[in-house]
Write a protein that binds this ligand. Structure first.
Ligand code: ATP
Length: 233
């Protein structure tokens, strides 16, 4: 579904990604783990198209997309859940969800709202309230629901567990597993490497802009070198 090859990207003269390659197959959860400043967010933003790339290719379902505008990539089936949720705080929960569907021209938006409400009942309860008043965990569910309203094939999740209490982290990871069960493909960026690798089919470790390890989620979790160097266990 996604093939990133030799991708380079940066900020001004500072290069943040030094030729990153990774693949995500249809129906997989693939996680990209790594410390602060490793380049995880830069990579996700390059895939969704809000971060320019200087070299390399991004193929989505076989087609090169690295020169296509971000908003068009949404239409092709790539949706990003940004770091820090970025919900529209003064707008209602339901308006945030409707904005997720802005690029669609079909008439099934009401039905998809129902599906999101069925997945996340708390969003239905709070549908008329301002999104800024939700708890962190609820805002994360809203950010995921908003992305789902675009009817994506690939969903990019940037640190969905950040700042959440452990019980809510569990709920968010359960929601991600449920996305895969429904046939969605997931690329998950996390600093919470242990939890992310535990649910992932495959994982990549990124360090200062380069992939240093890759493998099955469990295999990376069990690799003593990875455990010591990257997981702090
Ligand atoms: P975090 O977990 O802290 O979000 P990350 O792995 O997502 O880290 P990035 O945010 O992609 O890392 O950052 C990669 C590198 O690019 C870092 O060295 C960072 O300082 C730099 N960087 C990120 N955003 C900018 C920016 N807007 N301007 C300049 N440099 C940036």
């Amino acid at each position: 579904m996604l093939e990133v090859a030799n991708l380079r990207s940066g900020y001004g003269r500072i290069e943040a990604l030094h030729g990153v390659s990774l693949t995500v197959a249809e129906g997989e959860i693939v996680t990209l783990v790594g410390g602060n400043g490793a380049g995880k967010t830069t990579l996700l933003r390059a895939i969704s198209g809000v971060q320019p790339v200087s070299a390399g290719t991004i193929r989505f379902r076989g087609e090169p997309v690295e020169r296509i505008d971000a908003w068009r990539r949404v239409g092709l089936g790539i949706a990003q859940v940004p770091e820090g949720r970025q919900v529209f705080a003064p707008l209602s929960v339901e308006d945030n969800l409707r904005l997720g569907a802005w690029s669609r021209r079909d008439g099934d938006i009401a039905a998809d709202l129902e599906t999101v409400y069925a997945d996340f009942p708390v969003l239905r309860e709070k549908r008329a309230l301002a999104a800024g008043g939700l708890s962190g965990g609820q805002q994360q569910m809203l950010a995921i629901g908003r992305a789902l309203m675009a009817r994506p094939k690939l969903i990019l999740l940037d640190e969905p567990s950040m700042g959440l209490a452990p019980i809510l982290v569990e709920q968010v990871f359960a929601a991600i597993v449920a996305l895969r069960a429904r046939g969605l493909t997931v690329l998950l960026v996390e600093q919470n490497a242990v939890s992310a690798l535990a649910i992932a089919d495959r994982g990549y470790v990124i360090e200062t802009g380069a992939i240093t390890h890759e493998g099955a989620g469990r295999a990376l979790l069990d690799d003593p070198k990875v455990r010591e160097a990257y997981l702090g266990i």
